[in-house]
Design a protein around this ligand. Sequence first.
Ligand code: F6R
Length: 265
Amino acid sequence: MEIIVLPSAEEVAVRAAGIVGEALASATTGDARTSANLGLATGSSPLGLYRELTRARRSGEVDLTRVHGFALDEYVGLPAGHPQSYREVLTKEVCGPLTLDPANLHVPDGSGSTLDELVTAAAAYDDSIRQLGGIDVQILGIGSNGHIGFNEPGSALTSRTRVKRLSDRTRLDNARFFGEPEEVPTHCVTQGLGTILEARALVLVATGPGKAAAVAAAVEGPLTASCPASVLQWHARATVVVDEDAATGLRNREYYAEAAAGLRD
Ligand code: F6R
């Protein structure tokens, strides 16, 4: 795992976008594949990264026209077109600015009206990721309780895309996107931790003091279902890009800076 601590959220966005851009470019280099697969997170954390990727696209540094986007998760029960459904959010915040064809945006289906329908759709989403070649680089944020995707504490480390109940903490954290806290759905469909681990590269971004405890637990705590983001420790190509505020709980800051500067392997 590579840990990169930077002075500001802007620098986090620039560095993380650079890593994502390179991973997408190398995904199709010398390969029979003509399009790369990008795993998309929603929420506040990746917005700067998306802005920076948009800037890079406009200046011709990256070409995203043939990229397929795969959402990490979707709420259950929001009507089609609801402004907070992740399909809507990603269509607006990612497809438009990055010129991703909306036909190439894949989002778990949270519209089922029975558990059976939701379970079947979740498994189909999981299969579709594999069938379309797997995710080349997965963008991740981290919840204040250590979740990635909506894998709440206690999620199996090998879990697949499935229906999950959202924790009260997550619903409270996400109430800012809805009118009232009670309007935040109680359930979601999320890629599992096992699904996320199959992406060829992971890039987690976190900024601000509210993420410091979760980042410290994920990076330097034990590998445990109690902190789902700690599964990044199990991935051979995981990069964690954080600002100073989100890094305050890290004990090994000095080593990470040395390693990032190339002084050690
Ligand atoms: C959203 C997602 C979540 C968020 C996390 C942090 O697709 O997968 O894991 O990344 O809840 O949210 P923000 O960035 O809004 O603090």
